[in-house]
Ligand binder design. Structure first.
Ligand code: 3NM
Length: 216
């Protein structure tokens, strides 16, 4: 997988992020052109156990149909058991060093970073990509840190070299050009797609802006 390309229009969702059937929302987003999907089943009323595994597998199957890589948030065992394409971990989760040691070599490991020190450490730990944020204020993640803004992206990009990097947090489709110009390889969103009137149109808008601005 070309990680940098996959990060372009990166959709993240769990069952509690959508008002409609999450499988319907995911398929709409896939039709709209998302380039990567992360299954993030956490927070209020999140599914656990067999129900969580079933939803993960159903979503993974949909992603396969559209040839879009499927990544699991936090739950390394689930990611390995269902042969996901990778895992994304936060600062409080298992370290990328351990995951890299215990996972198949094709496994993509993404790490969240909210400041320069965390971003640099993620690179040292062998992350395949970093997710930096929050860029703007967000209500989707309860414990989100202070927004780092577009300047925060550039500061981190200047310090970490060319590791694939995606921006997250409070992002709407119209922010995409500024985020790419600031140094990110793509945008990752939850609510901008999952809560959109049309997830398909929302995904398509983001994908088009990524394609227009990424190569310039
Ligand atoms: N991680 P929305 S912000 C999952 O800062 C997540 O690391 C963040 O949701 C971080 O696109 C966030 O709806 C929530 O703002 C993103």
């Amino acid at each position: 997988m070309n990680v940098r390309e996959a990060l372009g229009a990166y959709f993240i969702m769990g069952s509690n992020n959508a008002n409609l059937d999450p499988l319907f929302v995911l398929e709409q987003a896939l039709k709209g052109g998302i380039t990567l999907f992360q299954f993030r089943e956490k927070g209020a009323n999140a599914k656990v156990g067999d129900e969580k595994v079933k939803l993960a597998k159903d979503m993974q199957q949909l992603c396969k149909q559209y040839n879009v890589p499927f990544i699991v948030n936090d739950d390394v065992n689930l990611a390995i058991n269902i042969h996901a394409d990778g895992v994304h971990v936060g600062q409080d989760d298992e370290s990328a060093v351990n995951i890299k040691k215990n996972c198949p070599s094709h496994f993509i490991v993404g790490v969240s970073a909210t400041n320069l020190a965390e971003a640099k450490q993620a690179v040292i730990d062998g992350a395949d990509y970093i997710g930096v944020g929050p860029i703007f204020a967000t209500n989707t993640k309860e414990d989100a840190k202070a927004p780092i803004g577009l300047d925060g992206i550039t500061e981190i990009r200047d310090a970490v070299g060319d590791i694939p990097m995606v921006a997250i947090g409070g992002i709407k489709h119209e922010h995409t050009p500024g985020i790419i110009k600031a140094g990110a390889d793509g945008v990752s969103v939850i609510s901008a797609i999952s809560q959109a009137e049309s997830p398909l149109v929302a995904a398509r808008d983001i994908r088009e802006l990524v394609d227009q601005h990424k190569s310039v």
